[in-house]
Design a protein around this ligand. Structure first.
Ligand SMILES: Nc1nc2c(ncn2[C@@H]2O[C@H](COP(=O)(O)OP(=O)(O)O)[C@@H](O)[C@H]2O)c(=O)[nH]1
Ligand SMILES: [Mg+2]
Length: 479
């Protein structure tokens, strides 16, 4: 019996407790097999397609497992294009387990990942692009990913591809008329237009490829690094953002020697937060290694939260580093409780802070850092992380910085996964050859035809199991 004629079943709602749970059964024998496990066989056999009915599922021992509702679908008017039954039972893992076991005992097979969608594809109920955008929807890491995948789902991608195909066919016919009619005047003008069109298409697809490469780096989440001098309060902020004590905080400089990282959802954006070793001169070789890592994290990060202390001077190295990465830095001037009696007085007596002169609201290092930000157009916030002064301003600034990063991402419209990336790379290759050989019409047309064939792979019939496995392995069971 081949895969598509086997009858399969799986839970199609998330596992766990709920008011209801859904089980899907699909395959040529799904109606017969379902009728074997219920009391109301005749009623089910007579039931019309897409009608919902109430049935009692009976266990091997003759006892009732559950009273359920079930919808009967006749091929091809179902999700998979086969005969199907959708069962809605009470949402207990014990009940769903017993119903599935009962079905498996009479010859139904457990469904593999994405097997329902795979059958839908093989039976022409959805095309490859739609199947891939379902995978994209399930996989989305950010709102933006989700938007992009749902654009694919709604068919925008398909219409762009069809557009390119039509264009190439048009260009091919221009080229062919050139081959036939040679160098007449209007042909010469058409020739110029063809070349322009080809170049424009190449430029658009290259841009698409660049976007997709850029987006790939965001797939794992936005990389946010906490950097700055030793003892400025980086680990304090790291823990504050996470909401629990992950990094060790200590007044001894050089406490964080390696990079500590956590992946979290920050206002529904996935970020990877890195707490780095404080950057300073040191003789400790382990700490130095940590500092090297901090410097490379600084380079790779999508965004940097640079924590510096209000009561410490800004060393030249620190200023240089900040300026080097200024476009992606939020400067956090921390520990203002120490330098400002007014701020400290907002709930914290000055005497708690030995460094506090207690005389006025200015402090040379603090004033210098504020002026440095103003002069260099740096985003900056003054705060005390530990004493929670300007806490709201701090988190607003972090939030807008992170949202700023996601807004800069322009999502590709065509390339949603590696398969698409490979196809577009191949298409571009052929288009570039076609442009290079533009004056040798036969050859140029040959490359264009190759480009067209590659484009056809986008939504075309894919019979390779390898490609299908790649797409459906991302699905969950029951999808
Ligand atoms: N006065 C004051 N001390 C702070 C503040 N934030 C952190 N600290 C202290 O500064 C020291 C170093 O903090 P830590 O987070 O380990 O800094 P890191 O070396 O940059 O990771 C610890 O003793 C913290 O309690 C603050 O806002 N005000
Ligand atoms: Mg630290």
């Amino acid at each position: 019996m081949n895969m598509s004629t086997q009858t399969i079943a799986a839970l199609s709602t998330p596992p766990g407790r709920g008011a209801l749970a859904g089980i899907r059964v699909t395959g040529g024998n799904s109606h017969t097999l379902f009728s074997l496990v219920i009391n109301e066989k005749e009623k089910f056999n007579k039931e019309a397609c897409r009608k919902i009915g109430i049935y009692t599922i009976i266990g091997d021992d003759g006892n009732i497992i559950d009273e359920v509702t079930a919808i009967k679908y006749d091929a091809p008017r179902s999700f998979t294009g086969e005969h199907m039954v959708e069962i809605f039972c009470h949402g207990s893992p014990i009940i769903t387990g017993r119903i599935l076991d009962r079905l498996f005992n009479i010859g139904v097979h457990p469904a593999a990942r994405g097997e329902f969608s795979r059958r839908a594809l093989l039976n022409g109920k959805m095309d490859l692009l739609k199947a891939e955008s379902i995978a994209g929807l399930i996989d989305s890491q950010t709102e933006k990913h989700l938007q992009s995948a749902s654009m694919g789902y709604q068919g925008n991608q398909r219409s762009r591809i069809e557009n390119y195909k039509r264009k190439i066919i048009g260009l091919l016919s221009d080229l062919e008329s050139r081959i036939e009619f040679g160098e007449e005047d209007d042909v010469a003008q058409a020739q110029l237009n063809t070349k322009n069109d080809l170049e424009q298409m190449t430029a658009e697809l290259s841009e698409e490829l660049i976007r997709s490469e850029r987006v790939k780096t965001f797939d794992e989440g936005i990389f946010v690094a906490l950097a700055g001098p030793a003892n400025a309060g980086k680990s304090s902020l790291f823990n504050e953002i996470l909401g629990f004590d992950r990094s060790i905080i200590h007044d001894k400089p050089g406490t964080t020697r390696d990079i500590v990282s956590e992946r979290i959802s920050f206002e529904s954006i996935t970020i990877k937060l890195f707490d780095c070793a404080g950057i300073r001169e040191t003789n400790d070789c382990i700490e130095r290694k940590g500092i090297e890592r901090s410097i490379s994290a600084l380079k790779d990060a999508h965004f940097v939260l640079w924590v510096t202390s209000a009561d410490e001077s800004m060393k030249e190295d620190e200023a240089d580093q900040i300026l080097e990465y200024k476009e992606k830095i939020l400067l956090i001037i921390n520990k203002i409780d120490i330098i400002s009696p007014i701020r400290a007085a907002a709930g914290h007596p000055c005497s708690l802070y030995p460094h506090n002169t207690g005389t006025n609201d200015t402090h040379p290092h603090f004033e210098f850092k504020k002026a440095f930000c103003a002069k260099n157009d740096l985003r900056c916030v003054e705060t005390s992380i530990r004493e929670k002064i300007n806490h709201k301003e701090l988190f607003n600034a972090i939030s807008s910085a992170i949202h700023g990063v996601t807004e800069e991402i322009t999502f590709p419209e065509i390339i949603l996964n590696d398969r698409h990336r490979r196809i577009i790379t191949a298409v571009l290759n052929e288009l570039r050859h076609s442009i290079a050989e533009f004056n040798r019409e036969e050859l140029s047309a040959h490359y264009l035809r190759n480009a067209l064939n590659h484009l056809a792979e986008f939504s075309g019939h894919v019979t390779s199991d390898e490609v299908l496995d790649m797409i459906f392995e991302k699905f969950c069971i029951g999808k």
